[in-house]
Structure formats: C-alpha cells, structure tokens
Design a protein around this ligand. Structure first.
Ligand code: PLP
Ligand code: COI
Length: 342
C-alpha cells in the first residue's frame, strides 16, 4: 500500500492502530510453514486454544528506527529472537529460528514503511512478535499447533512525558515466583501485573516497583521495565535475579555506560531500604526507553532520587548515547543495528 498516513508523528503515545500488513507463520506436524504477510488483523483460532486457557504463549517487543538519511534499522533483533526462544522453551512451544524471526520483522517493517515515524519526531515503529498455542487441546498439556505472528505500530513515549521523571510505588504483590516465569516474556506475568498497576495508578503513580518474591527486600523490576540506579560515585547499578526479565535495553546500557561513558557498572542486589546510595534512578526497556524515576514510595514514604521534575545528568547522558545509537547518529558496536532494505 502507498500514500501518506494521517498521523501526528510528534504526539504518538503507545496505542494500537491497524497498520497495513502483519506476518503469520503456522507450526503443525513438527514444523513451521513458510509464513508470509497478510492484511487481515484478526486471528481465527480454536476456542480450545491453549493460549486462551492456560496462557501458553509468549511475546517480544523491539523497534525499527528511521535514521537521518531516511534508512531504517532494527536494534539488536537477534537478542529478541533468542529471548523468545527461551520463552518458548519454558512453556513448551516450538522455537522460532533466529533467521525466521528477523526475516519476519524485516518483512513487517518494509510492508508498513509508510507507518515508520520520520527521523526527528521521536517516534519509532514498535514490533510485537508473539507465539501462541492454538488448535483443539482442552487438557492441560502443550498445543499441537502454534502461530508465530509479528505486527507493528508507530509509537511515541510509553510513560507520559517520555524523558520526564515519574514516581513509582513498591507493589504489595509479586509479578513472578522465585522459580517461576519471571525471566521469560509470557503473558501470565503481565496479567498478574494489571491489578498492582491499576492500584498504583489510582494513587497517582506511573507504575509499581516489584521486589524479589522470596524476601521482599530487593528491587527486581520497575513495571514493564528493568531498574537501574546511579550511585554517588557514578556507578551504573542494576539488579540481578533469576526472576527478572533480562532486558535488552539494560544489557545495552551496561555496555554504553562502560564503553561509551567510561563508568563502572555493577550487576548486583539492590536493597529497597538502601535507596539513598543512588543519586539518580530510572526504568529501562524497549517501550520505556529510559524513563527517569523521580521517586519510589515504600512503606508510606516517598524516596526522591535526583528530582521529581528534573532529569539527572548521568541519566541524560545514558539516554542521549543509547538513543543516538538506536537512530544511527552514533556508531553502534558491531552487530547491534540491522538495516532493513525498503
Ligand atoms: N522487564 C519487563 C517485565 C518487560 O516487560 C520489559 C519489556 O520488554 C523489560 C523489562 C525491558 O526489556 P527490553 O529492554 O528487552 O525491552
Ligand atoms: C516492551 O518494552 O517491549 C514491553 O514489552 C513492555 C510492555 C509494553 C509490555
């Protein structure tokens, strides 16, 4: 399809719109079919699909970026492909080969080129790959058939204001169990987070911070994003735990902080009662990019990091460098960006 779309590129939020094409491939009798683009955005699946009853599904999120020269690139799609393979393994679904995953993403970007926000607007094209268990299976067991689908939408900021501080509260609920599915991207983790998020929003917070499910003493996640803090000595610190989703943005920021900004980096426990070790804090993820955290409320007290209204200098530098790499303005480490032939 061609022609311009009537979109206010500079004021995009994070909302679904129907774009022109999506990619679909089906798995049956032990193999994926060739797959291809379709126009229909409705999936027709059996009422007995395991994805509907038992949450046998997973998803990914990655972005395509329009560069200054008009070309378009994906950011570390191989990392999302591999993480989706881990998710598939954990819920007994067939893995999508890395090449097939990247090819599907490229096809969706190319076919929806008119929906990719222009360079300089701050907008990006968000891709949502997923694998779902379908077919006629009513017992609690893996499906016999699967669908791998990728669609894409133009997006702006995930948190209101984008690069503006938001406050979060510590949830009194867990998003994951100690040996559960927290480290993979399956829908059940997110279903469980809807209620805590709603409660946090009703109290005026942008999202909630989840503590480790075993001891409730350490920070795990900041809503649907990883947490990082900057110490007074300017060390980049981010928590480790087997129930945190390994964020590709976080893994990239560890590299950016160390190799581009010359900072010391630490992956370790972050105790909720030791927040004053940080002079800045933030949430990072594909949708969130970097969202500065103004303050975290815990036990009825709001702990403010840098400021509730201003972004700290290190967070600003991290953001500038990461986004510069993603939009092609700053040279990327080998293999980080993959151009899409339009
Ligand atoms: N943590 C959770 C729970 C998420 O849903 C996401 C989003 O994907 C992230 C962290 C950030 O991961 P990434 O940077 O790979 O998008
Ligand atoms: C992402 O950052 O890609 C996410 O998946 C977070 C959220 C929109 C679910």
């Amino acid at each position: 399809m061609s022609g311009n779309v009537n979109i206010d590129w500079s004021n995009l939020g994070f909302n679904y719109i129907k774009t022109d094409f999506r990619y679909i491939s089906r798995w049956k009798d032990g193999k994926w079919d060739e797959g291809g683009l379709v126009e229909d955005n409705m999936l027709r699946i059996s009422e007995a699909s395991t994805a509907l009853h038992y949450g046998q599904q997973c998803f990914e999120g990655l972005k395509a970026y329009r560069r200054k020269d008009g070309k378009v690139q994906l950011f570390r799609p191989d990392m999302n492909a591999k993480r989706m393979q881990n998710s598939c393994k954990r819920v007994l679904m067939p893995e999508v080969p890395v090449d097939k995953f990247i090819d599907a993403c490229k096809k969706v970007v190319k076919a929806n080129a008119r929906f990719i926000p222009p360079y300089g607007t701050g907008g990006t094209f968000y891709l949502r790959p997923m694998v779902i268990g379908v077919g006629d299976t009513i017992g609690v067991k893996p499906a016999q058939e699967y669908i791998f689908c990728v669609f894409g939408i133009p997006v702006g900021a995930y948190f209101k204001g984008g690069m503006a501080p938001v406050n979060m509260e510590v949830a009194k609920y867990d998003r994951a169990a100690p040996f559960g599915t927290g480290a993979v991207k399956v829908g059940g983790n997110y279903a469980g987070s809807l209620y805590p998020h709603e409660e946090a929003a009703a109290r005026g917070f942008a999202d909630c911070v989840y503590l480790d499910p075993a001891t409730h003493t350490k920070i795990e996640e900041a809503g649907a994003a990883n947490f990082f803090g900057i110490t007074k000595e300017k060390h980049f610190v981010t928590p480790t735990s087997p129930s945190i989703l390994p964020s590709i943005t976080k893994i990239s920021l560890l590299h950016v902080a160390k190799e581009y900004l010359g900072m010391a980096v630490e992956e370790r426990d972050v105790f909720i009662d030791k927040l004053d070790e940080f002079s800045e804090a933030g949430a990072c993820g594909t949708a969130a990019v970097i969202s500065p955290i103004g303050g975290i409320e815990y036990n009825g007290k709001l702990h403010v990091f840098y400021s509730e209204t201003e972004v700290g200098p290190v967070t600003k530098e991290l953001y500038k460098t990461l986004v510069g790499i993603q939009f092609g303005d700053i040279d990327a480490p080998a293999g980080w960006v993959v151009e899409v032939e339009l």
